[in-house]
Design a protein around this ligand. Sequence first.
Ligand SMILES: O=C(O)CCC(=O)C(=O)O
Ligand SMILES: [Fe+2]
Length: 332
Amino acid sequence: MKKERVQILSHRGLKELPPQFVRPAHEQPENTKAIEGVAVPVISLSQPHEVVVNEIFGASSEWGFFLITDHGVPSSLIQRLQEVGQEFFALPQEDKEAYANDPPNGKFEGYGTKMTKTHDEKLEWIDYFFHVLSPSPRVNYEIWPRNPPSYREVTEKYKEEILRLTDKLLKLLSEALGLEEKVLKSHLGGEEIELEMKINMYPPCPQPQLALGVEPHTDMSALTILVPNDVPGLEVWKDGNWVSVQYLPNALFVHVGDQLQVLSNGKYRSVLHRSLVNKDRMRLSWAVFIAPPHQALIGPLAELVDDEKNPAKFSTKTFAEYRYRKFNKLPQ
Ligand SMILES: O=C(O)CCC(=O)C(=O)O
Ligand SMILES: [Fe+2]
């Protein structure tokens, strides 16, 4: 079945949002505005080690979300990553369709647009490109965009930077829990840890106040490292309010995902977040999901659990089972 791409709809210049995208009133951005005057944590990684550990602990336990600066990823590389992604989405439609994914038939990688599952499930105002980034044996380069030709080289370079940052963040997050620095990464598969790239593309939307780019969710990854273009849109849930995340040039957005919440027995919080869309401008974001291999067993770390004061708050299961339950909206 041919999918209706949001980018094509957007190009038609509609005055009104098609009804399948109109969120129920209680979800519409105009009825659920972000609170003013609250700023998300921004952490410079070039501060003294103890300061960084403390700030990461505070942000991960109170917000499950923070921005990092002085992370060492060259701004020229971030810019190239953004250019090759934008160039892909600017290709003629039939060129993009050659990469179409097909989730109902198990083909998750490639160019995609979400379709409704049930009669009244609403659509999100987004097209995306999704592929595995690491480890190498799991990567299918056939599905990566061959156009622009530098897509692969640039994305591989960015992967190396994200692998380096993953190591660094997992060490800091382990230390902040009072654990040896290698603990979190080893529970997430060590060198088998998996990275997936999702380029989110939100075209201009005729009635952004009625739509969502991505509906409220937590990521099932352990961590997600995201870089947006300069169009704001991400909001995170904090103490009963939505808080908008402002654009900060070259900062990377770090989300704590479900697997880190489970491993830390709830000391770290998996952040609820959503994204809004824009009337005139295209928003793009590059999310790298950092997750354990499917067969990894994930549960609260023994070091953090005791029968009396800190009973386990989550059950232990394979990541494959966690994913299955989350996709099918079953209790964990
Ligand atoms: O575009 C964004 O800022 C958020 C996207 C997101 O939450 C996701 O891809 O899981
Ligand atoms: Fe997300």
